[in-house]
Design a protein around this ligand. Structure first.
Ligand code: ADP
Ligand code: ZN
Ligand code: ZN
Length: 759
C-alpha cells in the first residue's frame, strides 16, 4: 500500500495521510481530491511514504488524482514548507493560499493551450507593400510573423486588439497556429529538483537549457533603446552577472540614477542564456504603463504579469505560462514570489523597502524575504533596488551579508536633484494647511506653465469635526478613531471600519450649531487652491477620486498631456511615476511622523519624501521641494536637504541599536481581538504565562492595547516577543505556537506576525 501526506486548506498544522489504491500513479506536487470529515476537498501531495500510524481500516483512499495541471516542483514545495515553518502558519493553508484560486477548486481546469502563430504558405506569399494600409494592426502582425513565429503574449505588444485581428488573419488563411512545444513542458522535475547538488553556475545559465534553442534568433532583437550605461551602472551590472550562484545585492541608487536600466541589462543577459526573470514590484507600481514599458523594451520576449487585479482565469493562465517556462519575464506583486519558475535565473525586487511586500493577513509573509530565501535555494542572484533601502537591508549590506552597489549620480547629466527647502509653519501665514509662501510658488509655476504637486497624507476634507461650544469631536462609535469629514457628499466617514453618517447640523452632545472642521485633508486643500487659483486646472488623486478602476489611468494621461496645473494627492502620487512638467513639490503635513509611537515612522517618512521629491525636475527643468513643518531643523529634513541617505541611515541605525529595535532585534507579534475586553486580555495573558514558562532566551514584553485599541466594535491588544537572535526567536516560536493552538478561542481571533512592520 502507498500512503500520501496531503496538505489541505484547514487551520491545522499537520498533513493528512491517505492511501493510494494499486494501479494509481501518484507523485509529489500533484493535486488530489480527498474526503475530509463530511467534505470533499482539493489537496496537495507533499510526500509519498510507505507507512502511516493510522490503522489500516481507518485510512481513507485518495478519491481522485487531478491531472489537469502540472505537478508542483519539489523546490516550490520546499519553499512553501519553509514559509509555513518560518511564519508559523498551517502548512495546508500556506500551500493552498500560494496557488491561484482555480487550482484550489475541484472544478476541472481546461487549460488554454499556448499557441504559436506563424505565416501560412499563402501568408508568406502576401506582398505587405500592397496590403491595405488601414488594416494597421493586421499589417503589424504579418510583419512580425514574417520575422519569426510568436505566441499571443509576444503579439500583444502590437495592439490591444491583437486577438480579434489574429482571428481575421487566420480565417483568411494567412496565419496558422500550432501548440507551442518547448522542452520544458516535459521533464520539469529534471530541471527543478535538487539544485543545491549542482556546481555553481554563472547567472542566467540554467541546467539543461544551454542557451535554449531559440535564443540565437531572439538575441538579435531582444532589447530596445538600450542606453550606454554610465560607469556606475556598468559596474553594478558586471558585479551581478559575474557572480557564481546565490548572492544578494543591494542596489542603492538615488531617484533617477537609472536602476531600471540596470534591471533591463541584467534581464537581457539572463534571457540570452535562456533563464527566467522574476521582477517583484510594489502593488501600486504595477500599472499597465510599467508592463508596457518592459514589453516595449523586450518586444520579442514573453512577459506575463501576476497580481491580485487579474481574474481567476487570467491568473491561472499566467501562472501556468510561468510554470511551463513559456513566460520569460514574470512581472508581479508580492504573490508572484510563489510562481513556479523552472528556469528562474534572477530575481529583482524593485523598491525593496516598500511596505506592500508584506502581506498583512493570512500567511503574513514578506515577499522580499521569501524572494531572498528562494534565490538562495535556487542558487541564483537577487537584486534589491531602492533609493531609500529599508534599514534591515541596508544594515545587512553594511555588514557584508548583502553586497552593496551604489548609483550616486543621476543617469541623465542634465537632470539635477531637486533643491529642498523647509518653511516654518509657525512663522508664516497659513491658509487651511497651505502656507502663503507655497501658494506664491505655485502661482509662479502656473505662470510658467509648469506643474506643482501637493502631497498630503490624508484624504477627505478634514480629519475631524469639532464643536466649538463643548469640544465634542466626531469619534466613531465603533472604533477608537475619529470620523473624517467628507464635504463632497456631506458625510462623516470612519476610515477604519467604513461606518458613515450624515454631517450633523448641530452638536450631538450640546446642541450647539457651531461645528468646525479641524485640520486639512486632500479635499480641503483642493478647495483652498480653487479659491486662490480659479483658472487653474486642479486634479485630486486619492483613494476617493480613483475608486473607479480606470480613473487613475485616465488621470495619469491628463497629467502627461499637461492638462493639469496642480496635483493634490496622497502617497498614490509619490511612487514611480514620471511627470516631466512637474517642477514643484509641496509637502504639507509631515510632522506627525516625527512624534509617532511607531519606531519605523521616521524611516517611512524619509522614504516617502525622497520618493515624492524625486517627482520634481526629472526632465530638463530643475525641481524644487518645499516642506512645511514646525521643526525645520529636524535631522530628517536636514538629511533630505543634503540628499544624505547615508548619514541619515547611520543616525537611525545608531538610535535603533541603542533602543534595541530592528534590525538589531527580531520580533514576533501576537495580536488578538474580540468583542469582550476580558477575553482578549485573558487570552494574551495566558499566552504570556505560557511563554514565560518555556524559559527560552527571548524577551517577553507586556500585554498592551493595539495602536487602534478598538475597531469595528472589537477590542484589540497585543504581545510582543523579541530576541537579538533570529534563531532563538524561531526556536521559541516553534515551542510556543502549538500551545496557543490548544487555548480555547471561540470568541476571539488571534494571529502571529513574524517580523511585523505594523504596531
Ligand atoms: P530610477 O529607477 O533609478 O529612478 P530610471 O531608471 O527611471 O531611474 O532612469 C531615469 C532616467 O534616466 C530615465 O529617463 C532613463 O531612461 C534614463 N537613463 C537611465 N540610464 C541611462 C543611461 N545610461 N544613459 C542615458 N539615460 C539613462
Ligand atoms: Zn457641543
Ligand atoms: Zn469606525
Amino acid at each position: 500500500m502507498q500512503i500520501v501526506c496531503v496538505a489541505l486548506d484547514v487551520p491545522l498544522s499537520t498533513l493528512f495521510d491517505y492511501r493510494v489504491d494499486k494501479g494509481i500513479a501518484i507523485a509529489m506536487g500533484q493535486r488530489v481530491i480527498v474526503s475530509f470529515g463530511r467534505r470533499q476537498m482539493v489537496g496537495m501531495v507533499m510526500e509519498c511514504v510507505a507507512t502511516t500510524g493510522i490503522p489500516a481500516e481507518r485510512i481513507k483512499p485518495v478519491k481522485q488524482v487531478l491531472h489537469d495541471s502540472a505537478p508542483l516542483s519539489t523546490e516550490l514545495l520546499e519553499l512553501l514548507r519553509f514559509c509555513s515553518d518560518y511564519y508559523r502558519y498551517p502548512i495546508g493553508q500556506t500551500v493552498l493560499s500560494a496557488l491561484p484560486a482555480r487550482l484550489r477548486s475541484d472544478r476541472p481546469i481546461v487549460s488554454k493551450q499556448i499557441l504559436s502563430y506563424r505565416l501560412s504558405v499563402s501568408g508568406i506569399a502576401l506582398n505587405l507593400d500592397t496590403f491595405p494600409k488601414r488594416k494597421v494592426v493586421q499589417h503589424r502582425i504579418l510583419a512580425k510573423l514574417a520575422g519569426q513565429p510568436c505566441n499571443l503574449a509576444q503579439l500583444k505588444v502590437l495592439s490591444a486588439t491583437v486577438g480579434k485581428q489574429l482571428k481575421e488573419l487566420m480565417s483568411e488563411g494567412w496565419v496558422e497556429s500550432s501548440p507551442l512545444t518547448l522542452p520544458l513542458t516535459l521533464g520539469l522535475s529534471d530541471v527543478t529538483s535538487d539544485h543545491s547538488a549542482e556546481p555553481a553556475k554563472n547567472v542566467g545559465q540554467v541546467a539543461g537549457y544551454p542557451a535554449c534553442g531559440r535564443s540565437e534568433q531572439v538575441e538579435k532583437h531582444i532589447f530596445n533603446n538600450a542606453h550606454t550605461l554610465t560607469g556606475e551602472q556598468q559596474q553594478a551590472v558586471d558585479a551581478i552577472i559575474s557572480t557564481q550562484g546565490y548572492a544578494c545585492f543591494l542596489l542603492h541608487g538615488i531617484t533617477g540614477s537609472g536602476k531600471t536600466e540596470v534591471y533591463v541589462h541584467l534581464m537581457h543577459h539572463v534571457l540570452q542564456h535562456g533563464g527566467q526573470v522574476l521582477l517583484l514590484v510594489p502593488e501600486i507600481n504595477l500599472t499597465p504603463q510599467l508592463e508596457n514599458y518592459f514589453r516595449n523594451r523586450f518586444p520579442e520576449v514573453a512577459l506575463i504579469s501576476l497580481h491580485s487585479g487579474l481574474s481567476e482565469g487570467e491568473r491561472l493562465h499566467s501562472w501556468q505560462q510561468a510554470q511551463a517556462g513559456v513566460a520569460q519575464i514574470v512581472l508581479g506583486t508580492r504573490l508572484s514570489v510563489f510562481a513556479e519558475l523552472p528556469r528562474l535565473a534572477l530575481i529583482i525586487v524593485d523598491e525593496e523597502h516598500d511596505g506592500s511586500f508584506k502581506q498583512q493577513d493570512g500567511l503574513r509573509y514578506s515577499a522580499r524575504d521569501v524572494a531572498i530565501f528562494r534565490a538562495n535555494q535556487r542558487g541564483v542572484p537577487i537584486v534589491l533596488g531602492s533609493a531609500t533601502p529599508s534599514l534591515e537591508s541596508y544594515h545587512n549590506a553594511q555588514g557584508g551579508r548583502y553586497r552593496m552597489l551604489r548609483l550616486t549620480g543621476r543617469a541623465l547629466a542634465e537632470a539635477h536633484l531637486p533643491a529642498v527647502r523647509c518653511i516654518n509653519i509657525n512663522q508664516t501665514v497659513m491658509h487651511y494647511g497651505i502656507s502663503e509662501n507655497l501658494l506664491r510658488e505655485i502661482g509662479h509655476r502656473i505662470a510658467r506653465k509648469e506643474q506643482s504637486l501637493l502631497f498630503i497624507n490624508r484624504r477627505g476634507y478634514a480629519p475631524v469635526l469639532m464643536c466649538t461650544g463643548c469640544g465634542w469631536l466626531s469619534g466613531c462609535k465603533h472604533c477608537a478613531g475619529k470620523m473624517v469629514l467628507h464635504l463632497s457628499d456631506k458625510r462623516l466617514r470612519c476610515h477604519h471600519c467604513g461606518y458613515q453618517l450624515h454631517v450633523p447640523h448641530t452638536c450631538p452632545s450640546c446642541g450647539n450649531a457651531d461645528l468646525h472642521p479641524v485640520g486639512s485633508g486632500t479635499q480641503r486643500v483642493e478647495s483652498v487652491l480653487q479659491e486662490r487659483f480659479p483658472e487653474a486646472r486642479i486634479l485630486r488623486v486619492d483613494r476617493d477620486s480613483t475608486r473607479n478602476k480606470h480613473a487613475w489611468q485616465a488621470m495619469r494621461e491628463r497629467i502627461h498631456a499637461n492638462e493639469v496645473d496642480i496635483l493634490v494627492g496622497t502617497q498614490m502620487l509619490a511612487k514611480g511615476h514620471d511627470f516631466p512638467a512637474l517642477t514643484l513639490v509641496g509637502v504639507l503635513n509631515p510632522d506627525s511622523a516625527l512624534y509617532s509611537g511607531d519606531f519605523r515612522a521616521a524611516e517611512k517618512l524619509f522614504a516617502q519624501l525622497v520618493q515624492v521629491s524625486g517627482r520634481a525636475g526629472r526632465a530638463d527643468k530643475p525641481g524644487e521641494v518645499i516642506i512645511q513643518t514646525a521643526f525645520p531643523d529636524h535631522p530628517l529634513f536636514r538629511a533630505l536637504q543634503t540628499h544624505d541617505f547615508v548619514g541619515w541611515a547611520a543616525s537611525q541605525l545608531a538610535e535603533r541599536q541603542m533602543a534595541g529595535f530592528p534590525p538589531f532585534m527580531y520580533q514576533a507579534m501576537l495580536r488578538a481581538e474580540g468583542k469582550l475586553e476580558t477575553e482578549v486580555y485573558a487570552f494574551l495573558n495566558r499566552a504570556r504565562t505560557a511563554a514565560v514558562a518555556l524559559r527560552h532566551a527571548v524577551d517577553i514584553l507586556g500585554v498592551v492595547p493595539a495602536s487602534l485599541p478598538r475597531r469595528a466594535d472589537h477590542i484589540r491588544a497585543q504581545l510582543l516577543i523579541q530576541s537579538t537572535k533570529r534563531k532563538e526567536l524561531q526556536k521559541f516560536l516553534r515551542a510556543w505556537q502549538p500551545l496557543l493552538d490548544t487555548f480555547p478561542t471561540q470568541k476571539l481571533r488571534w494571529s502571529l506576525d513574524i517580523d511585523p512592520l505594523e504596531f
